[in-house]
Design a protein around this ligand. Structure first.
Ligand SMILES: [Fe+2]
Length: 201
């Protein structure tokens, strides 16, 4: 299946929002390269569409919140349109840095990337949803990563303290850096865009 209008519309909105929100020059370069790769669509899957317990009720809550920023509201609206096509999955690898409620309190959805709605290996674009009071485990990965945060929530990378990017906040994780996120009283919702070394130029 070719890329659907709904997915294309989401991707268009995602890159308007990333472009508006990402300040770090390394993130901006990464996002530009990801956008260039996405000009060549890959086959779209139609066999996904699976939710996890965390989606009820927290997905509804994060998606119903309007930010007041036109591009972010558009992004959330278009995410909502493709969400039924996505498969929410648990991160199966975690350690004691995760909170006890981590497993049932989170879900990741790959939109474009390995196993995603558009299944490809040259980039990853996806979303994380966490219930309130959940801490994601420390983790790292070789691809560089740019976050676009769409809710309240705290993040940490390398030796940094926890920081709150806020709605529309964006930050860059260099390749291999250890990082984590945690929610407080509200659910956490964020998009991430990863670019493997081999896709960089
Ligand atoms: Fe990450």
């Amino acid at each position: 299946m070719a890329r659907s209008d709904a997915l294309q519309a989401f991707l268009d909105a995602a890159f308007v929002a990333f472009d508006e929100c990402a300040q770090d020059p390394r993130a901006r370069r990464s996002i530009t390269q990801i956008a260039a790769l996405l000009e060549t669509p890959q086959p779209q899957r139609s066999d996904l569409g699976k939710r996890l317990p965390v989606c009820e009720p927290w997905l509804g809550e994060v998606l119903s919140r309007r930010t007041g920023g036109t591009s972010l509201d558009m992004l959330i609206e278009r995410f909502q349109a493709i969400e039924p096509l996505l498969e929410w999955r648990w991160r199966s690898v975690y350690d004691e840095t995760a909170s006890e409620n981590f497993l049932t309190g989170h879900g990741n959805a790959m939109i474009v990337g390995p196993g995603g709605l558009e299944d490809r290996r040259d980039l990853w674009l996806g979303a994380t949803l966490m219930a309130p009071n959940v801490r994601y485990p420390d983790h790292d990965h070789a691809p560089e990563e740019t976050y676009l945060v769409l809710s309240e929530g705290e993040f940490q990378h390398g030796t940094s303290d926890w920081f709150s990017p806020g709605i529309g906040g964006s930050f860059y994780n260099p390749p291999g850096i250890r990082h984590a996120m945690r929610s407080a009283e509200k659910p956490l919702f964020a998009l991430w865009a990863l670019l493997p070394e081999r896709s960089r130029h």
